[in-house]
Design a protein around this ligand. Structure first.
Ligand code: 3HC
Length: 311
């Protein structure tokens, strides 16, 4: 019977029928989704920190209010994603406990420091650009609640990306010192952004099965290639130089050839030894602990209301 169910399940996937929370699904499909969606949710939460760092130092009131709403959007994305994972039976408390204990992964990119205002431009332009490329196909991922959460996330992400590009454009059209700041930020963020797409396909244990289940619609290398092809002309438009001596247009493949990512650095960051891993987790745990009274008050309030309703 189990085999039959699996065959039927795969047939639905192959016919592009969305899987919904109450449908039968293989345990491994459920596990993979909980893994990916919770890591994604954690990335949104931790992703607030590098930019949160600049809210008090934004160069104008306008920039401050834009940055503030962008960081708030990331919190919202985290909440949609935790809710999507909950539809699979995951407990939010457990997911957060796993993040705080260092057991759960989140995107490597958020373990790099944001050193100058130009980093706000680069993070919006490059990091959110990479996020969109990865997430637009997820609007067609096979699990319904995840796919639907991605629609709004992508709309907001594309606003984020444009605001990042606009910061870069302003810097690049400004004084030579401002342009140098933009170039310096690009130099630091380019390679870590390429790492966001995950290990090379040959070293990616999850890609083949996730493609088969249509959780992923493109492989890590396919998305990385699309990203380079999209970003190089934008960098040229800004008058910036992509820090890769091996970058070269390839007519035959109709895309750029580019240098190899430093995978040792990538795994080092994923394992928790990047520049900011300890700071980021420390800040999350502190926020969670300091927010305990809010959760307690909300629970007490809900209990009181329930009691009143009974009377
Ligand atoms: N950082 C940390 N860990 C990473 C990683 C990265 N950049 N890329 C891959 N990994 C991990 C995987 O999670 C996996 O670990 P696990 O088996 O213990 O879970 C391992 O490395 C091997 O990688 P695979 O390629 O086999 O894993 P996946 O098939 O899951 O692919 C992925 C990785 C492409 C990141 C995929 O999970 C994905 O598309 N996730 C959804 C998007 C996402 O999480 N984005 C987060 C960053 S963008 C963002 O948060 C928005 C921003 O605006 C705040």
């Amino acid at each position: 019977v189990e085999i039959n169910l699996e065959e039927q399940f795969q047939a639905r996937i192959d016919a592009d029928v969305r899987i919904e929370p109450k449908d039968w699904m293989p345990d491994a499909y459920r596990k993979t989704l909980i893994r990916q969606i919770s890591q994604h949710a954690h990335s949104e939460l931790v992703g607030m920190l590098p930019e949160g760092n600049w809210i008090t130092r934004a160069p104008s009131l306008k920039r401050k209010s834009i940055l503030l709403s962008k960081v708030q959007d990331e919190a919202g994305h985290g909440l949609y994603l935790y809710s999507a994972a909950e539809t699979l039976g995951a407990s939010r408390d457990q997911m957060l406990a796993d993040l705080h204990s260092g057991k759960a992964k989140y995107s490597s990119i958020f373990n790099y420091p944001t050193l100058s205002w130009a980093d706000m431009g680069t993070v919006g332009w490059l990091v959110d650009g990479a996020a969109i490329l990865n997430q637009v196909p997820l609007c067609r991922t096979s699990y319904g609640p995840y796919a639907r959460a991605m629609v709004r996330v992508c709309k907001e992400e594309s606003f984020h990306q444009r605001q990042g590009f606009e910061i870069m454009q302003t810097l690049c059209e400004g004084a030579p010192e401002q342009k140098a700041m933009a170039q310096e930020a690009l130099n630091r963020w380019w390679w870590p952004t390429l790492m966001m797409f995950g290990p090379k396909d040959a070293d990616s244990p999850n890609t083949a099965q996730s493609m088969n289940w249509r959780i992923k619609r493109f492989t890590n290398d396919e998305l990385r290639q699309k990203f380079v092809d999209m970003m190089v002309p934008q960098a040229e438009f800004l008058g910036l130089t992509v820090p890769d001596p091996n970058l070269k247009w390839n007519d035959t493949k109709n895309g750029y050839d580019f240098g190899d990512v430093d995978w040792e650095e990538f795994w080092n960051v994923v394992k928790g030894n990047g520049m900011c891993n300890k700071d980021r987790l420390g800040a999350r745990v502190k926020a969670h602990e300091e927010g305990a009274w809010v959760r307690e008050a909300a629970l007490a309030h809900a209990a009181k209301r329930a009691q009143r309703a009974e009377q």
